[in-house]
Design a binder for this molecule. Structure first.
Ligand code: KG4
Ligand code: ZN
Length: 337
């Protein structure tokens, strides 16, 4: 079954063709990110205008790269939410129009849940042992620019929310701290790179203490960084890299602690991570090391599938499509999932 996925929830315009919910034939991502950098965050009006310009060429390129035509597509999948309204509308309207023109079913999927599906995909040159070996039931942690959530996943139609951030998302905290340190946007990759160069630092930032809860909180940490930077002199008392390192340690500490607590409480030994912050090198390293001590197996998507992409949308859409069809026959035209 060939599924064409379309993702337009924020600044990325993405399209992908995935076979049988696993094999990624193409994964095209265009982004207006550079145009937003000067503003230190995404400007919705710019994002949606670029979506309109890019959607058709990106879909066409995804089909060309996969060496398939519209006739070879069995179903379509598109992000229905969450995201910027103007951006979402471009993908949704395009996909609904295409679905009706081609008379092919359309599955509308949740962007946040799709991030976790990235662990089930196989990229063309991905080594066998790291590709698509994740299983369910699992605990899922989504860490992105807009979301930080923990799920218990029994199957791909049942995501049970068991924890979330009470204020900033983890990626948002990375971006805001980078802004305080005047490092540029998006902050996550810059902080990650800077922190790698720090051997040790005496700076310590607190980790939110939400006793017993599986929720997260990062706004206090962000404020602690702000007060530290105001009180001390940059380049004399501290370097941006040292603050970046101490901040990252605190965020990663919370993410690892709550994820492992969720596994322990639910007695589930599989942990899936997804979202842009899943690209963070300290998170990848610490989560693997600490989970291994508790006998928990952790899955991170390959870097190309951590950030927003349409392969994860096509993949999750495929699971729903095949569950609905039984033997490949669809009884409905549009299904919201
Ligand atoms: O999943 P994503 O592409 O978009 C959303 O759905 O939000 O995530 C983008 C977020 C940004 O906040 C960015 O700073 C963060 O992911 N990010 C990282 C890294 N790479 C991207 N955060 C920490 N370390 C990274 N290496
Ligand atoms: Zn995302």
């Amino acid at each position: 079954m060939n599924v064409l996925g379309i993702e337009t929830s924020c600044d990325e315009t993405a399209a992908s063709v995935v076979v049988d919910g696993v094999k990624v034939l193409s994964n095209v991502v265009a982004s207006s990110l550079k145009e937003h950098a000067a503003f230190g965050g995404i400007i919705p009006e710019i994002a949606s205008r670029r979506q309109i310009e890019l959607i058709y060429p990106v879909v066409q390129m995804a089909l060309n790269k996969a060496r398939v035509g519209f006739d070879d597509i069995d179903a379509l999948a598109v992000t229905h939410s969450p995201g910027l309204m103007g951006s979402l509308l471009v993908g949704l309207c395009f996909a609904r129009g295409l679905s009706r023109a081609l008379n092919k079913p359309l599955i509308e999927v949740d962007h946040v849940q799709a991030h976790l599906y990235a662990n089930f995909l196989k990229l063309p040159k991905q080594p066998k042992e790291t590709a698509g070996t994740a299983t369910l039931p699992a605990i899922g942690l989504v860490v992105s620019g807009g979301h930080t959530c923990l799920y218990k996943i029994k199957d791909f139609r049942r995501f049970e929310s068991i924890g979330q951030t009470r204020d900033d998302a983890a990626g948002e905290a990375f971006d805001k701290v980078a802004r305080i340190l005047k490092l540029g946007y998006p902050g996550g990759p810059i902080i990650d790179r800077l922190a790698k160069g720090v051997f040790s630092t005496a700076i310590r930032f607190p980790q939110a203490d939400l006793k017993g809860s599986l929720d997260f909180s990062f706004s206090g940490l962000k404020t602690a960084v702000l007060y530290y930077v105001r009180k001390h002199q940059l380049d004399k008392d501290f370097s941006a890299a040292q603050v970046a390192c101490a901040f990252q340690k605190s965020v990663v500490g919370s993410l690892v602690e709550k994820s492992l607590l969720a596994c322990q409480r639910s007695k589930i030994k599989i942990l899936l991570i997804g979202g842009g912050v899943a690209a963070n090198s300290r998170l990848r390293e610490q989560m693997q090391a600490q989970a291994a001590r508790s006998g928990i197996t952790v899955f991170f998507p390959p870097l190309a599938l951590c950030l927003d992409n349409a392969a994860m949308i096509a993949g999750l859409g495929s699971v729903v499509a095949s569950a609905l069809t039984g033997k490949g026959k669809f009884g409905i035209l549009t299904q919201r999932f």
